[in-house]
Design a binder for this molecule. Structure first.
Ligand code: DAH
Length: 348
């Protein structure tokens, strides 16, 4: 047995000496250590041996198995290393070649404008709040002084879901009601709420069935229209520059009294009259007003103590004016080239 093992060992050594590739090495491995390999076969007829012999054969074949494994693994490592070195020597890297071009995205122009307004409002103590897009009729209309059957509802062609009480909000104003109810009529409020709104409009250059509004609400004591005017001056100048002026025109909203339409002086013609301002020198940018006492009361605020103002911007309209975009659908396509144009326009 001992001689047999010695002979296998010598044969293995000389075979391994001649091995130059991993493939050859693997063949040797199978031949010696595989299921029917020379070393495995050493223990194949153990059952015919005595206990003593079995012990001896077991020990010796273990020794040769360990030896074979070790030498084969060492050689495998060596061959792998040689292969790697060969590869590295053959490969040359031209470090002067340009690297992959990664197409960079650009911030969404609408999102950017909203963030700008958020940040100027936050600097005046406003919180940015969220509200649900799937809304109850109660918040979208009733608590805003627009009862069922009121003609003011017709102006906002609403998407109803399931029944007449659940809808896609047609304005961000329901967040006013939610916020006041949550505050339980006890503390002043300053919030803005940017968010998506929905109306059954046919999409064209100036209409979209889904668009974005930025709602604002301030509730406190002795709030007046001049507070609203001052606030608008700050917000709108931050968007359109310090040279613009703002003005109020009387208007009508069910949830404010008095209500106003807010205009800015045309930044394109400086008030002289051009196609952007339709030769009026002014551009309308928001609806606003003093919160109607009914709304305050229904939302838990005593109108004899509290007053407030509210406003609503159309975010796309602001962005269209600011960036000279003439089609609202531009915001909702995914053309990166267009997004980049706006980015460039802003840097100019
Ligand atoms: N919700 C109004 C709309 O969709 C915009 C608006 C006007 C909001 C006046 C207000 C407001 O908060 O006071 O047309």
């Amino acid at each position: 047995m001992k001689e047999k093992i010695e002979e296998i060992k010598e044969r293995l050594d000389s075979v391994l000496d001649a091995v130059t590739t991993l493939k050859e090495l693997n063949d040797v491995k199978v031949k010696y250590l595989g299921k029917k390999g020379f070393i495995t076969e050493l223990t194949s007829n153990m059952k015919d041996l005595s206990v003593e012999e079995r012990k001896e054969v077991g020990r010796l074949s273990n020794e040769i198995r360990n030896y074979a494994n070790e030498t084969i693994n060492k050689l495998e490592e060596k061959l792998n290393e040689e292969l790697l070195n060969q590869k590295l020597a053959n490969e040359t890297i031209d470090i002067s070649l340009p690297s992959y071009k990664i197409e960079e995205g650009t911030p969404n122009i609408l999102e950017k404008l909203v963030e700008e307004i958020e940040s100027v409002c936050m600097s005046m103590g406003y919180d940015v709040v969220d509200g649900p897009e799937i809304e109850e009729d109660k918040y979208n209309f009733e608590l805003l002084n627009i009862p069922k059957g009121h003609p003011a509802r017709d102006a906002q062609d609403t998407f109803y879901i399931e029944d007449e009480n659940i809808l896609l909000r047609s304005q961000t104003s329901p967040v006013q009601a939610r916020t006041m109810l949550e505050a339980k009529g006890e503390k002043p409020i300053r919030i803005i709420c940017p968010g998506k709104t929905y109306r059954r409009d046919n999409d064209d250059a100036t209409h979209s069935h889904q668009f974005m509004q930025i709602e604002g609400l301030l509730v406190d004591k002795e709030v007046s229209l001049s507070d609203l005017k001052g606030t608008f001056d700050v917000i709108l100048k931050s968007v359109f520059g310090d040279s613009i002026e703002t003005r109020f025109r009387p208007s009508y909203y069910q949830f404010t009294e008095p209500s106003v339409e807010t205009d800015i002086s045309c930044f394109a013609c400086k008030g002289k009259g051009c196609s952007l301002c339709k030769n009026t020198g002014w551009i309308t940018v928001a609806g606003a007003g003093i919160v109607h006492p009914n709304v305050l009361r229904d939302c838990g605020y005593d109108p004899s103590i509290w007053t407030g103002f509210a406003f609503g911007f159309g975010a796309e309209r602001l962005a269209m004016l600011k960036y000279g975009i003439d089609d609202i659908r531009t915001f909702y396509n995914t053309d990166l080239r267009e997004a980049k144009t706006f980015d460039r326009r802003e840097q100019d």
